[in-house]
Design a protein around this ligand. Structure first.
Ligand code: SF4
Length: 342
C-alpha cells in the first residue's frame, strides 16, 4: 500500500509499477489500469508542455499511475531537452504544493528523496555537501555558501528556502526516473509524441538563430560549453548565464538574439530573462557588465580549459580574438594559394 504522501507526490515512488502490485511494466501495460493511466499521462504531459488538454478530473490513483506513464514516455524518447523541461515544470508545481504542507510532510518528503535534514526551532539544517550539490542549480547569488548561516557543518535554511531546495531534489528525482530502466512505450502515443517532438524542433530552430558575423568556431571552450548546455536544455547556473550574456554582448550580438538563445533553458521565463539580459548589457541599468576574466571563470567552476591556447590567455575575449585572427589568417593564406593557382 502506498502512503498518502507517496500518492500525492508520485515521484517518491521509485519502484513503480511493482509498488502497486504489478509484477513488472509488461504486467502493468496488460492491465485494465493502463488505458486510464495513459489518458492521465497525456493530460499531465499536455498541461506541462502547454499543449491543448481537456479538463480531466480523475481519481488520485490514475494521476499517480499517469505520472509514471508520462515519465516513461519521456524516458522512451530519451530526449534530454524534453526531460529537463518536464522536470523543471513539474518540480515547480510540486513545490507549490509542498509550500502548504506541515513540516512533518516536508521532512518525510526530504527523507524519501535522500536529503538528510534536521529541524531546529523554525530552521531546517542541511549538511553542507548536500547543500552544495543542490544549490548549484539555483541562480541567485543569495544561495552561495558564503552567504549562508552555518551550524555544526550544516546550512540553516528557513522554510521557504528549504522548500526551494526540495524543489531541486524533486527535479533531479524526476530526471532520474525518466532516465531509468523501462520499456519503450512512445509508439503507443503517436500524436502526443509528434507534438512533443515539434516543441523540441522549435527549440532547436530558435537556437540556430544566425550569429551574424560571430564565429562560433572561435569561441573558447568555456563559452562553447555554456552555449551547448543551453542548447541541450541544461540548467546553466546564474554565473554561467551571466558570463555567456556578457560574452555574446561583447561580440555584438543583439539582445533579442541573446534572448532567443536563452529560450532553450528548461526554466526559461521571457520576462525574467529579458530583464536580466537588459540589466547585464546596460540597457536598463547604469552599468554595462564586463565579460568575466579567466580567473573568475575558474573560480566559478566555468573553465574547462582543454585547449593549449587557454594556457596563453587571461580572458575569454582574448582567446576569441586570437583564434579568430589566426583562422582568418589561415583562410586568407589558403584563398591566396588557391587564387594563385597552379
Ligand atoms: S582558460 Fe579562459 S578562455 Fe580558456 S576555457 Fe578557461 S576561462 Fe575560457
Amino acid at each position: 500500500m502506498l502512503s498518502d504522501t507517496v500518492r500525492k507526490y508520485p515521484f517518491l515512488d521509485d519502484a513503480f509499477p511493482v509498488s502497486l502490485g504489478f509484477r513488472d511494466w509488461g504486467d502493468f501495460l496488460d492491465s485494465a489500469d493502463f488505458p486510464l493511466a495513459s489518458a492521465a499521462a497525456e493530460w499531465i504531459l499536455r498541461r506541462s508542455f502547454g499543449l491543448p488538454a481537456p479538463p480531466m478530473p480523475m481519481e488520485d490513483r490514475f494521476l499517480h499511475e499517469g505520472f509514471h506513464v508520462a515519465v516513461r514516455i519521456l524516458g522512451s524518447l530519451s530526449d534530454e531537452f524534453l526531460i529537463r523541461r518536464f522536470s523543471v515544470r513539474e518540480s515547480k508545481k510540486y513545490s507549490r504544493m509542498l509550500e502548504l504542507e506541515p513540516y512533518q510532510v516536508l521532512l518525510s518528503v526530504a527523507e524519501r528523496l535522500g536529503l538528510p535534514v534536521e529541524r531546529d526551532g523554525t530552521g531546517y539544517l542541511v549538511p553542507v555537501p548536500r547543500y552544495l550539490m543542490l544549490s548549484r542549480y539555483l541562480q541567485d547569488p543569495s544561495w552561495y555558501l558564503v552567504n549562508q548561516e552555518l551550524r555544526s557543518g550544516r546550512v540553516v535554511l528557513d522554510r521557504g528556502r528549504f522548500v526551494r531546495l526540495l524543489e531541486v531534489s524533486v527535479m533531479l528525482r524526476i530526471e532520474s526516473l525518466a532516465r531509468g530502466e523501462g520499456p519503450d512505450i512512445s509508439g503507443l502515443f503517436p500524436d502526443l509524441v509528434s507534438e512533443l517532438m515539434a516543441i523540441r524542433e522549435e527549440a532547436r530552430r530558435r537556437f540556430r538563430t544566425p550569429m551574424g558575423r560571430i564565429d562560433f568556431d572561435a569561441f573558447p571552450p568555456c563559452m562553447k560549453s555554456l552555449l551547448n548546455d543551453l542548447r541541450a536544455g541544461k540548467n546553466v547556473p546564474h554565473s554561467g548565464r551571466f558570463a555567456i550574456v556578457t560574452f555574446l554582448h561583447a561580440l555584438g550580438m543583439e539582445n533579442e538574439q541573446i534572448l532567443e538563445l536563452m529560450r532553450s533553458a528548461p526554466d526559461f521565463n521571457e520576462r525574467v530573462a529579458r530583464y536580466q539580459i537588459e540589466h547585464i548589457t546596460g540597457k536598463i541599468s547604469a552599468k554595462e557588465y564586463a565579460v568575466p576574466k579567466c580567473a573568475t571563470m575558474l573560480a566559478y567552476g566555468l573553465c574547462p580549459k582543454g585547449d593549449p591556447l587557454c594556457d596563453r590567455v587571461k580572458h575569454p575575449l582574448q582567446y576569441y580574438r586570437i583564434k579568430r585572427s589566426s583562422a582568418s589568417g589561415r583562410g586568407s593564406r589558403t584563398s591566396g594559394r588557391r587564387s594563385r593557382g597552379p
